[in-house]
Design a protein around this ligand. Structure first.
Ligand code: PLP
Length: 417
């Protein structure tokens, strides 16, 4: 039982370096967050050793009495958190949850209707090289070129024309809320199932700051590590009619032994998400994104050719449009990295540049809100971003401002050597 630092100094050094990167930079990748220590403790526990194929009370292995308790708690808590009739907490990731959900609702060759990847959709919603694009007949809807909003007239038109088996509502890069009631109406009128992928905004839903898709959809999938702030993983929620199909799609359909250590960590994160502190944190997350959007739509930034898609945000992220800027997405990402802010470049709708370069940035606030950022800190980081994206920028001065913000809100202080 040799500690990591002695047994494997090379890996220990990479872990230490990553901790120090997270502590010293400002994490603004919209899909990332910082899991609480208790979540990481559960995830690093002896539950990793246990095989538990099956579901609580119906396992194919002996000795499952304790992992049964943990998994049942996770199921009960997440059902309560989102008001769901059914929950499966075993998917190893968001993509695994989506695969299991899609195969429970449709057969290979069936038609699915999802948001185009280049307009903010996810790989698993029908991208050409993904299982969803390879095994299903994909029809994609888009955002309106003028407003940046999902074109619901197009959704209805495509649904009537192609009669998809499943309509997918959900996104990886979209700054507004979807109209779930309208998606439901279109699904009902065209005989489609409605699947909502709330991976990005699940934390806002849990906090009551975003409409709850569970009230509208047949099936809802999510990750647990984005706004929800838990361990890396996936979940499926649904109406109880879908329980049998979904359970067997996850296991034995796509997975073997569940990751009970991760499931225990998910349970801890659902407990956290039900609390008042979590609500307050999600409020700061959304406020932070709004403050950022306001700063990036000010005249001095627009002069540098920087725009904000849809003109603002209702959620935890802002999409920056650099089509008129001298910087492309790659250069803007690199420049922010230079001053200590981590974001990802992101294609904008009808992007003239190739996918590895892009003309946009996706900037999110969940990780900084978890770190304790309040409105004045978000105003400061928004100003640093605005100044960094201008043609002339003072890297050293901006780095110092980033360092001051990082020092003001220490991350995982107990973990530092
Ligand atoms: N669904 C959406 C909407 C996402 O944005 C993502 C991740 O970015 C996923 C699913 C996939 O999650 P994972 O990376 O855990 O497979």
């Amino acid at each position: 039982n040799t500690p990591l630092h002695e047994l494997d100094p090379e890996i220990a050094a990479a872990v230490d370096a990553e901790l120090s990167r997270q502590q010293s930079t400002l994490e603004m990748i919209a899909s990332e967050n910082f899991a609480p220590l208790a979540v990481m403790e559960a995830q690093g526990s002896v539950l990793t050793n246990k095989y538990a194929e099956g579901y609580p009370g119906r396992r194919y292995y002996g000795g499952c009495e304790h992992v049964d308790v943990a998994e049942q708690i996770a199921i009960d808590r997440v059902k309560e958190l989102f008001g769901a009739e059914y929950a499966n907490v075993q998917p190893h990731s968001g993509a695994s949850a989506n695969q299991a959900a899609l195969f429970a609702l449709a057969q290979p060759g069936d038609t699915i209707l999802g948001l185009d990847l280049a307009h903010g959709g996810h790989l698993t919603h029908g991208m050409r090289l993904n299982f969803s694009g390879k095994q299903f007949n994909v029809v994609a809807y888009h955002v309106d070129a003028e407003t940046g909003l999902v074109d619901m007239d197009e959704v209805e038109r495509l649904a009537k024309e192609h009669r998809p088996k499943v309509i997918i509502a959900g996104w990886s890069a979209y700054p507004r809320q979807l109209d779930f009631a309208e998606f439901r109406r279109i699904a009902d009128e065209t005989g489609a199932y409605l699947w909502v992928d709330m991976a990005h905004f699940a934390g806002l839903v849990a906090a009551g700051l975003h409409p709850n898709p569970v009230e509208y959809a047949d099936v809802v999938t999510s990750t647990t590590h984005k706004t929800l702030g838990g361990p890396r993983g996936g979940i499926i929620l649904a109406k109880k009619d879908f329980a049998k199909k979904l359970n067997s799609s996850v296991f034995p359909g796509f997975q073997g032994g569940p990751l009970e250590h991760v499931i225990a960590a998910k349970a801890v994160s659902f407990k956290v998400a039900a609390g008042e502190d979590f609500k307050e944190r999600q409020r700061r997350t959304v406020d932070g994104a709004r403050i950022l959007a306001e700063r990036l739509t000010a005249a001095d930034v627009r002069e540098a050719g920087v725009n904000v898609l849809s003109g603002g945000t209702d959620v935890h992220l802002v999409l920056v449009d650099l089509r008129e800027s001298e910087l492309d997405g790659q250069q803007a990402e690199d420049r922010l990295h230079e001053v200590g802010i981590t974001v990802n470049r992101n294609a904008v709708p009808n992007d003239p540049r190739p996918p590895m370069v892009t003309s946009g940035l996706r900037i999110g606030t969940p990780a900084l809100a978890t770190r304790g950022f309040a409105a004045e800190d978000f105003a400061e980081v928004a100003d640093v971003i605005a100044e960094t994206l201008k043609p002339s920028y003072d890297a050293e001065a901006l780095k110092a401002r980033v360092k001051a913000l990082a020092d003001k809100h220490p991350l995982y202080p107990g973990l530092s050597k």
